[in-house]
Ligand binder design. Structure first.
Ligand SMILES: Cc1cc2nc3c(=O)[nH]c(=O)nc-3n(C[C@H](O)[C@H](O)[C@H](O)COP(=O)(O)O)c2cc1C
Length: 208
């Protein structure tokens, strides 16, 4: 981790940002940032010059449990797309919550050449559901170990959601979409929006 770029202290304060934006970054196979869009710079408070060529963990927030990134990398290395809810750290030590859609970039030979992450703001109701889980996982990692955190995470998903993490995240967003769909819409229209799921979320508008 590039400690020079890390903030001198962590502030328990959300950064003010334009939540209609999609924050994009692209990395190589090892998570080194190759590209970041304007929204990435504006939100993270790092200029493109500062961030390009750095490992992505430069914006890792200390409240994030390790197990989430372990599952993320397991998926990416197997060539599987993934969704995660992530609390990120800004240059001044503030935070922002995002839902991140990770996709695989392939070369002409069809091999994995890198990864792209597209992020959008997370509705407060989703943060309220996920933050207590992350807090527990982090405490287990700090007071026990990573293995115990992973076992708890898997048992939590099985017992409390009946889904894997990726599907759990999609479910949380579909629940939110259901709430946000206005009553004026016909049931048919509602179903279409639900089927569109996160795709719609990333390209449509969403109240946060
Ligand atoms: C395309 C891509 C985007 C990523 N975006 C983030 C991010 O926004 N925030 C983050 O903390 N980690 C992100 N990561 C994961 C980091 O590479 C890293 O695994 C994570 O910050 C945990 O740091 P550590 O592996 O040093 O424990 C991303 C990885 C990839 C491949």
């Amino acid at each position: 981790m590039n400690t020079v770029l890390r903030p001198p202290k962590i502030l328990d304060e959300e950064i003010t940002w334009d939540k209609s934006q999609v924050i994009v970054s692209k990395t190589d196979l090892f998570g080194t940032i190759l590209y970041a869009n304007d929204a990435f710079s504006n939100t993270s408070e790092y200029s493109k010059l500062e961030i390009v060529g750095e490992p992505h963990n430069v914006i890792r927030h200390p409240d994030m449990p390790k197990v989430i990134f372990k599952v993320l990398w397991q998926h990416l290395k197997e060539g599987k797309n993934f969704h995660a809810i992530i609390k990120n750290l800004t240059k001044s030590g503030r935070y922002y919550w995002v839902i991140t859609d990770f996709t695989i970039d392939t070369n002409d030979a069809g091999e994995i050449a890198g990864y792209t992450a597209r992020r959008k703001a997370v509705p407060e109701s989703v943060v309220t559901k996920i933050a207590p889980l992350y807090k527990t996982l982090l405490e287990i990692e700090q007071q026990k170990n990573e293995k115990a955190s992973e076992l708890y995470f898997n048992a939590y998903l099985k017992e409390e959601t009946g889904k894997n993490y990726n599907d759990f995240i999609l479910h949380l967003f579909n629940e939110e979409l259901k709430k946000q769909e206005t009553i004026e819409e016909t049931p048919k229209e509602k179903n279409t929006v639900l089927q569109k799921g996160l795709n719609w979320f990333f390209h449509g508008t969403f109240e946060v």
